[in-house]
Design a protein around this ligand. Structure first.
Ligand SMILES: [Zn+2]
Length: 224
């Protein structure tokens, strides 16, 4: 694992802290308990005095963006996320077919948690380059949501793969149909991800296996 990477684990989802010089950047922000877990993880790593300057979002689901507005406000950090998930950040996403199950869960969760609508400071599209961590490239991996993306580090040949697939609980799996906005597209995105020169991937719903093994799981899912 790169020494300038910290994984913040919570019960159902994990997210990532990247250290770039004396600044920190987050990829996703977790769900309930995420802020406390972040604080604890930063203390253990000795990074707690470093400023969080930016937050990158893989998609607009509540278990990834829950803490983004509060953390951005507290740290004066910018938020960047895929443009095609704007409807999610703004709490007006539409789901069709089986995906309506996720839509209802989001609707209920947002109201129970009084999730504020927000608009990222920067809206991202496929191929955009983020000048963080020696460069992160936005890789559109749609299907789970229309805007769902990964962040690719060429330096580490590492892909932060969001919810492209998951490896916790029942083992490696593609997100079930009722959690995706477009299932066929989600499957195509797995092949798109595997076209990158990769040594590892880091999903957000994952067991504790190293990125190289997560990549093996993904390759196995792609083989019929
Ligand atoms: Zn999701």
């Amino acid at each position: 694992m790169p020494p300038d990477l910290l994984i913040v684990r919570t019960l159902i989802v994990q997210f990532f802290v990247l250290r770039d010089g004396e600044s920190l950047y987050l990829i996703d922000t977790g769900f309930i308990g995420g802020k406390r877990a972040l604080h604890a993880a930063l203390l253990v790593r000795g990074w707690d005095a470093l400023p969080i300057r930016g937050i990158l979002l893989t998609h607009g689901h509540l278990d990834h963006v829950r803490n983004a507005p509060a953390l951005a406000a507290r740290h004066g950090a910018w938020i960047a996320g895929p443009e095609r998930d704007l409807e999610h950040y703004e709490g007006r996403a539409c789901y069709s077919g089986l995906g309506r199950v996720a839509g209802v869960a989001e609707w209920v969760g947002r109201r129970l948690l009084r999730q504020p609508a927000f608009r990222p400071d920067r809206l991202l599209n496929d191929g955009d380059e983020i000048p963080v961590w020696d460069g992160l490239r936005v890789v559109a991996l749609p299907g789970h949501t229309h805007g769902h993306c990964g962040y690719y580090s060429a330096r580490h040949r590492l892909l932060f793969s969001g919810d492209l697939f998951a490896t916790f609980g029942l083992g490696p799996q593609i997100a079930p149909a009722y959690l995706n906005q477009d299932n066929a597209e989600a499957r195509r995105s797995i092949h798109r991800a595997l076209e990158l020169p990769l040594e590892g991937v880091l999903p957000c719903h994952a067991n504790q296996a190293a990125p190289a093994l997560q990549l093996e799981y993904l390759r196995a899912l792609a083989t019929p």
